[in-house]
Design a protein around this ligand. Structure first.
Ligand code: PMP
Length: 398
């Protein structure tokens, strides 16, 4: 007899993107599809030393069960790390360590979403967030985005109309939009939080990956200047894109009542994030290696982003439109259909695979009203030569 699964599984499906990933093993494929950082940039030596130090200094802490809230020396290091990014008043106890920021999103779903609750997300937004919130029965409302991030006028209308449980935003170099929310809009988001008494979630795994000038301060860093907004803000951080996703170290900053419930739910789930990974991350941060690591990844990704932008303009001309990203890992582009060229990104993706290059069509990133002309290209894992060759193949495919 077939198993009777929980009703909540009816709300989600295996992602369309996973199907595409199966094709990536084909020999010779250049992939712009993944959201992975480049393994060549992992600071293996630094992590080795941090790991050895963790075992030498406090083997009991690194190998034993630990507190659900997180390994205290890491909480202290993360508090100091946030201070370097303008959020100067986040005490170690104001944050909990999560198993990647993905777990923070899951805990938010568990703690906040009852079936039928409305949640506003950006259109487009991170695919796993769509799936995760739907698993808890959320009805997702999609707020439109432009080159400056979510359109706050539209967002305000949606908040007023739907009175959502919370709003989920990736303000800095969003996945997949690559967009950076302007300072003016950031202030508006915080003001809206207070005006409508609405919880705002800031997911920020990419904020450190800027190519030129630093982006505007995070919502978290700005919240001190908007009275009443801090308690209505949740900030999710991660070491995945800057150091190593395999460590699975993320964190969540939120008001005490929400953190307490998140800790309770985490306790029933994974008890705590790997103490071994946490102790290693704590030693890594303590050794002061992060600034040099960040400088390196910013430099390499900036070169790749420039190469991809130039190649797209050269090879695809007016058949696509895009905004050159100022940071992060992604180009978000749109087929214009000009000159009778293909305007459906799903069809374009199939042709691209035939030419030996892969990317992800944009439609699955929309919780509602998908724009089928959009697609996402990651420039993270291909070097400049591969990027040029891959985009030339896109040119042939189009
Ligand atoms: N949020 C966003 C916007 C992401 O793009 C990702 C990773 N792709 C995550 C969260 C999850 O990252 P992790 O769990 O590795 O911290």
């Amino acid at each position: 007899m077939p198993l009777q699964f929980a009703d909540r599984l009816n709300n989600v499906e295996t992602s369309a993107i996973r199907e595409l990933f199966k094709l990536l093993g084909k020999p010779g494929i250049i992939s712009f599809a993944g959201g992975f950082p480049d393994p060549a940039m992992f600071d293996v030596e630094g992590i080795k030393q941090a790991c050895a130090q963790a075992l030498a200094e406090e083997p009991g802490g690194a190998l034993q069960y630990g507190a659900t809230e997180g390994y205290q020396p890491l909480r202290e290091q993360l508090s100091a790390f946030m201070a370097t990014k303008g959020a100067k008043d986040v005490a170690p106890d104001n944050l909990i360590v999560t198993t990647g920021s993905q777990q923070a999103l899951d805990l938010l779903g568990k703690c906040l979403i009852s079936p039928g609750d409305k949640v506003i997300v950006e259109g487009p937004t991170f695919l796993a967030t769509i799936q995760c919130f739907r698993l808890y029965g959320a009805e997702l409302i999609s707020a439109p985005v432009d080159g400056n991030g979510v359109k706050t006028d539209e967002l305000e209308k949606l908040i007023a109309e739907h009175k959502p449980k919370f709003v989920y935003l990736i303000p800095t170099f969003g996945n997949p939009s690559g967009a950076m929310l302007s300072l003016e809009r950031r202030k508006k988001v915080l003001e809206m939080a207070v005006k409508y008494n609405t919880l705002m979630v800031e997911d920020d795994p990419y904020g450190d990956l800027y190519f030129g000038e630093a982006p505007p301060p995070s919502l978290l860093a700005l919240s001190g200047s908007v009275p009443g907004s801090r308690d209505l803000l949740v900030h999710c951080g991660s070491l995945s894109k800057v150091l190593s996703p395999g460590l699975r170290v993320g964190w969540m900053i939120a008001q005490p009542a929400l953190l307490a419930n998140a800790v309770m739910c985490k306790q029933f789930s994974d008890a705590h994030t790997s103490t071994f990974a946490q102790a290693t991350a704590a030693q890594y941060l303590k050794a002061g290696r992060m600034p040099a690591t960040l400088a390196n990844v910013r430099k390499v990704y900036a070169e790749r982003a420039r190469a991809m932008g130039d190649a797209l303009t050269r090879e695809l001309g007016d058949a696509v439109e895009f905004t050159q990203p100022a940071g992060g890992l992604f180009f978000w582009a749109r087929l214009t259909g000009k000159g009778g060229k293909v305007s459906d990104a799903g069809e374009f993706a199939k042709r691209a695979i035939e030419q030996g290059v892969a990317f992800v069509p944009g439609a699955p990133f929309f919780a509602a009203n998908p724009d089928v002309a959009t697609f996402r290209l990651s420039f993270a894992t291909a070097d400049v030569e591969k990027i040029k060759e891959g985009v030339a193949r896109l040119g042939k495919a189009i």
